[in-house]
Design a binder for this molecule. Structure first.
Ligand code: PRP
Length: 309
């Protein structure tokens, strides 16, 4: 029988996958030796089964080696195929050589994981210059989209939402969510001058007075894209914007800075665990996982509610 293996820190998401799928959840132990090396130990898989390893890949450098060791060990101990569920996929933003001599990290990282796993399931990877997961990852890749779950949450929690994307790149997910909600939407222009130096120019929003602004993006990392957008909205005397993202990394006090800038609620999906991770995608990933393992989902996703703001 196939089984789900959680790398440390991924137990809650793996338990949810196990609950939806009926697959057993197994343990991966990672011990750090005093010299900084790791010892990885897994419960041996059933011979010729599929081993599904769960590891979200924020702060990826420390996670990569134990992850690759767990995959190799599952294969050595009898798994016929080894799959990776990485709800958040790292290094997708370093997708070109921005300056001479830089690593194209997205491609290098993809090749490393491609050598360890047969397939990969992830959520809305930051595909910008690469358009398809297969362009970066030499394995069978499956993308789960968070849009329907984000739309469900906004429909339930936000009266008269006006969706705002902080940059042109966000139009794809902002437009998708707005269409599901039948809500108005607009996209700002972003200029990034550094990791924490982001300038936002908002379009005219006067015709949607009385709406609640919802800033929607794929990633909150330093938070400065959201912070600059929130500041622009507050300068126009709009109410505290609700901030919604697929992936909440929240580096270095980003959440506090976002609230200090005037944000209202800040909510993300649970691709990365945090108190803001209130939108559960585990059922959607379990569905795709089971298709790779030859099983059927135990529960049925509720139909998406369509509401007018
Ligand atoms: O919280 P932050 O540190 O601001 O990071 C998050 C932002 O970074 C990404 O875009 P990016 O600026 O990399 O632009 P790109 O789409 O051109 O890669 C992402 O789409 C967010 O907008």
């Amino acid at each position: 029988m196939s089984a789900i293996y959680a790398l440390p820190g991924n137990e809650d998401f793996a338990d949810r996958l196990a609950q939806h799928s009926g697959l057993p959840r197994r343990v991966v132990q990672v011990h750090r030796f005093p010299d900084g090396e790791s010892r990885v130990r897994i419960e041996p898989p059933v011979p010729r089964s599929v081993a599904v390893i769960v590891c979200t890949l924020d702060h990826p450098d420390a996670k990569l080696l134990p992850l690759v060791m767990a995959a190799a060990t599952a294969r050595e101990l009898g798994a016929s195929r080894v799959g990776l569920i990485a709800p958040y996929l790292a290094y997708m933003r370093q997708d070109t050589r921005f300056h001479t001599g830089e690593a194209v990290s997205a491609r290098v990282f993809g090749q490393l994981l491609g050598g360890a796993f047969n397939w990969l399931i992830t959520v809305d990877p930051h595909l910008h210059r690469y358009r398809r997961l297969g362009d970066v990852y030499p394995l069978d890749g499956y993308v789960v989209h968070a849009a329907a779950r984000l739309a469900e949450w906004i429909a339930r929690e936000v009266p008269k939402p006006l969706l705002i994307g902080p940059d042109g790149e966000s139009a794809q997910w902002v437009g998708a969510v707005a269409r599901m909600l039948d809500a108005p939407w607009a996209v700002a222009a972003k200029q990034r001058h550094g990791d924490r130096d982001v300038r936002i120019t908002l379009p005219a929003l006067d015709r949607w007075q009385g709406h609640t602004p919802v800033v929607l993006d794929d990633i909150i990392a330093s938070g400065h894209t959201m912070i600059a957008t929130v500041q622009c909205l507050r300068e126009r005397s709009l109410p505290p914007p609700v901030c919604v993202a697929v992936h909440g990394i929240f580096a270095d006090g980003a959440l506090q800075a976002l609230h200090a800038a005037g944000a209202g609620r800040v909510v993300t999906s649970n691709t990365i665990a945090s108190p803001q991770a209130q939108i559960d995608l585990s059922e959607d990933l379990a569905q795709v996982m089971l298709a790779r393992c030859g099983g059927r989902l135990r529960t049925v996703a509720p139909p998406h509610r369509r509401t007018r703001p």
